[in-house]
Each structure stands twice: as C-alpha cells, then as structure tokens.
Design a protein around this ligand. Sequence first.
Ligand code: HEC
Ligand code: HEC
Ligand code: HEC
Length: 471
Amino acid sequence: MKRLLRNLLIVALALVVVLCVIYRVVLSSSTPNEELALDARVTAILEDGGCLSCHIAEPELPFYANFPVVGKLVKQDAQDGYRAYDIAPLVEALKAGVEPSVIDVAKVEKVALDKSMPMAKYYLMHWGSQMTDAKASVVAEWAREFRTEHYNDGLVGERAAEPVRPIVALPEVDARKVKLGFDLFHDTRLSVDNTVSCASCHALDTGGVDNHQYSHGVEERLGGVNAPTVYNAVYNFVQFWDGRAMTLAAQAAGPPLNPVEMASTSFDEIIAKLQADKEFVEAFNAVYPDGLTEANITNAIEEFERTLVTPNSQFDKWLLGDDAALTAEQLRGYELFKENGCATCHAGINLGGESYELMGLRRHYFAERGLELTEEDNGRYKETKQERDRHRFKTPGLRNVALTWPYYHDGTRLTMDEAVRDMARYQCDVELADAEVDAIVSFLYTLTGEYNGVLLTNDNEYGVAIVDDHH
Ligand code: HEC
Ligand code: HEC
Ligand code: HEC
C-alpha cells in the first residue's frame, strides 16, 4: 500500500513536470502580435528570447546568477555568448529604425531557423523564450524584406531571401579620375627607390594579389600579413585586416609611406617626383584644379579602385535566375556553405568584408597553428586595444577566392581545400567530409567574375611556384 502510494506520487510529480515543460516550451512561447511592424516583432522575439542576457557587454543577469554552481554556469554562458556575438548594435538599429548590418541579419536568421538559440537550458528556465516555428518565420520574413529593400537587386522568388547577393550595378565613377588613378596605381614613383607600385602586390592579372604568404616591398623587405585582393574591396565596410582605414582613399595613403612596402618618407617627396613630370602634372591639374596633393592622389586611386568590381560570375548568374549556371555539385556546395554557417560571416555582395570576426571562434586556431604569435595576429585589437578585439579580423570577401591563394591573414593555407576545411573546424566546429570540402570548393570556384567584361584569371596559376616564402 505504502509502495503504491509512493509510486502514485512519483507518477503525479512526473506528470506535473511534463506539463510544466509542455507549457513552457509550447504554450507560453507566444509570437508577437501581427499588427506590429516586422522590426518591432523581431525586437520582441529577441527580448523574449533572452538574447540580451548573453550577447551584450554587461547583461542584466537573473537573480540566481548569484547562487553557487548555477550562477557560475549562467555567467559563463553570458561570457561565451558575448565573445561569440555582440547583439547590441542590432537591437539599437531596430529600435532606432535604421538599417541593421547585413551580417547581423544573417546571424540572427541562421540561429532562428536552426532554432539553436536560445539554447534549451535557457528556455527551459525562462518561460516563453523558446524559438518556435512561428517566431522563426517572422525572423525569416524580416530578413527577406530587409534584403529586398537593402539590395534592390531584382532577385525574385526563393532567391530574394539569399544571404549572398549578386553584383548588379557598377559603382558610379568619374572616368577622368579613374584614368589618373589607374596610372598612379601602376606608378613606381610612389616608392622611395622607384621600384614598387601598388600593382607590384596587387596586379590586376593575378587576381589583385601577389600570391605570396607575405608581400615583398622595396629591397625585398617582407611584410607580416597576407595581401588581400583589391578586386571588390569597394564593398568592404573598412579596409585592411584590422580595419584601420575607413575608406579606400585613406587606405591608399598607407602603402606609399609604409617602411616595408613603398617606404617613401612623405607625400611631399612623392609629389616632388611627380611634379617633375610635365605631362602627368598637366593631365592631373585638368581634373584636380588644386593640383597634386595627398588628398587628390588618394582620391584618384580610390576612384580607380571603385571600378575593380567583378560581376557576372557563374554564381551571380544563378542568383539572378539562371538555373543552369551551377552544376548540382556547385549548388550542393552552396547549400553546405549555408548549412554550416559560413554564410553568416561571408554574406552580402562580397561574401564578407562587412564585420570583424574572431579567428578561432569555436576552436583555438592560434594555439594549434604551431607558429609564434605575431603582432599582426592581434588583428583588430591593434587598433582598439580592447581585449575582446584580440584575434578579430575583418572577414575577407570570397569573390575570386580561387585566384587569391595563399589564404588567411597569415597566408598559412595554400589551397582552398585547406582553407575551407579549417574554416569549418575553427569557426563552425564541424569536421567536413572530403566530399563536402570538394562541394564547397566547387561552389567557391563559381565566384570568379569578370573585370571589364573579361573573366578574371591569374597569370601565376601555371608555372610560378608560390611556396618560396612559405614556412
Ligand atoms: C544563455 C545564454 C544565451 C542566450 C539566452 C542566447 N545565446 Fe546566443 N549564444 C550563446 C553562446 C554561449 C553562444 C556560443 C556557443 C557556440 O559556440 O555556438 C551563442 C552563439 C550565438 C550566435 C552564433 C555566433 C556565430 O557567429 O556563429 C548567435 C548569432 C546567437 N548566439 C544569437 C542569439 C540570439 C538571436 C538569441 C536570442 C534568440 C540568443 N543567441 C540567446 C549564449 C546565449
Ligand atoms: C609591398 C606590397 C604592397 C604594396 C606595394 C601595396 N599593397 Fe595594398 N596591401 C598589401 C598588404 C600586405 C595588405 C594587407 C595589410 C593589412 O591588412 O594590414 C594590403 C591591403 C590593401 C587593401 C585592403 C584590402 C582589404 O580587403 O582590406 C587595399 C585596398 C590595398 N592594399 C590597395 C593598395 C594600393 C592602392 C596600393 C598603392 C598605393 C597598395 N595597396 C600597395 C600589400 C601591398
Ligand atoms: C564566424 C565567422 C566566420 C565563419 C562562420 C566562417 N568564416 Fe571564413 N573567414 C572568417 C575570417 C575572420 C577569415 C579570416 C581569418 C584569418 O585571416 O585568420 C575567414 C577566411 C576564410 C577564407 C580565406 C579567405 C582569404 O582570402 O584568405 C575562406 C576560403 C573562408 N573563410 C571560407 C569559409 C567557409 C567555407 C566557411 C564555412 C565552413 C567559413 N569560412 C566560415 C570568418 C568566418
């Protein structure tokens, strides 16, 4: 009898627990009122989802964060969450009614569709915070609407929702400035000993890169970081791995005076050399009435770089509706690219270049690399001195990536296979099967586009071995 009672009690208790869980998980996860604007509904979903408890610098912690054991776990989650993703800029943008970053949209959409956030241990404790199908579809609708408006690139049907976007319109430029910028880009007089031009490291017929691990400046001086391509740099939100230049013009002021690149001592020195060239000065003054100045020189270079865009890749054709533009393998590669979360950082027109991301987000890249840490490895930290920015880099764009080996800021990955496999490992905590790596790489090949109507190629592709300085 006693035993029966005890069993009944256990069953009753279990029932209560199950009902509670059902209530918390299913019934109480309300979807925001449909009358609200999409932005407001998404804001509510983020607030209800506890996203702000774990993804901002100083979250308001629940009262039990002060309890032993549990409190430690809660604090650890908040710390790990903020390390992985800072949601404050998105929430602020939503509230202020301004455009959010395309990367924020991609990241939140991905965790909503996967229902990976908030994690179960959180929503089981917090009524109504779970990501339901209904909430996820609100987020998806919001992402789609945002992209349609933001890009205005004419994508239709399912493709209107894609996180990766085609190049449809070329940036507007002043042709006369472009011509001057082209000449300056190829002008070795920008360097101290007249041996190195921008094109020495960013040649247009070698994918806009030098295919070296580290670049060689004047007197073969070696830099400490891999040269990114100049193609499509106009789509980056800032320039350089550490984002220290806000514009292409500001960027262009760097290399001429960089001691391991062009090593000129001042722009005055460069201008003095150019002044001696009567023909050039005449052409320059015709476009810039105030003549040769640092600002005008870098302005012309920027104008030229704005033309370095590469539309009409196979992938762009597919996005714009040409189903035959991709093979089944390439399409599968793109699906894997999205499924594994690559398209949360490598999103937008340039498949990157729009956020700073931690290298080694999910596994210790630098500890496992087997090379000493360098100053360059600090990434964005060099600029901000904020501990959170250590090892964060501007995500590189992936257009024409088949031509821009070796890879990563440290140039340590020689092939796309290695770069992709290790991205999955360190950024996504996924070990890809060989066939999956192959598929993703075959997709990446479809990102090679056309410059001035001609498919981009790399003259280094055949013959020249690029392993000289690889250690
Ligand atoms: C209890 C704390 C917690 C809550 C609540 C939470 N997160 Fe997270 N989130 C984390 C942690 C920890 C990670 C990192 C774990 C990992 O490596 O995936 C993470 C990872 C993420 C990432 C992945 C970052 C990337 O680049 O891959 C995104 C995006 C994200 N969360 C968004 C959200 C959103 C949106 C919500 C609300 C719906 C939310 N999180 C709620 C703790 C939390
Ligand atoms: C000696 C080789 C070398 C020369 C010469 C050189 N660069 Fe670079 N360039 C690099 C390297 C290396 C980086 C990456 C540096 C960093 O991020 O700190 C870079 C970065 C850039 C970037 C940023 C791209 C991105 O995705 O962040 C642009 C744009 C660029 N260079 C244009 C130019 C222009 C314009 C000139 C001439 C005024 C020039 N470069 C001269 C090697 C060179
Ligand atoms: C959390 C953000 C993030 C995710 C997720 C991510 N990447 Fe990256 N990716 C980066 C950053 C940052 C770099 C630069 C790392 C460095 O230089 O040390 C990079 C570099 C690359 C490069 C080399 C580009 C170059 O020019 O050097 C390739 C290729 C690449 N990623 C592909 C992928 C693929 C494929 C996936 C998915 C399996 C992926 N990435 C997932 C942020 C991310």
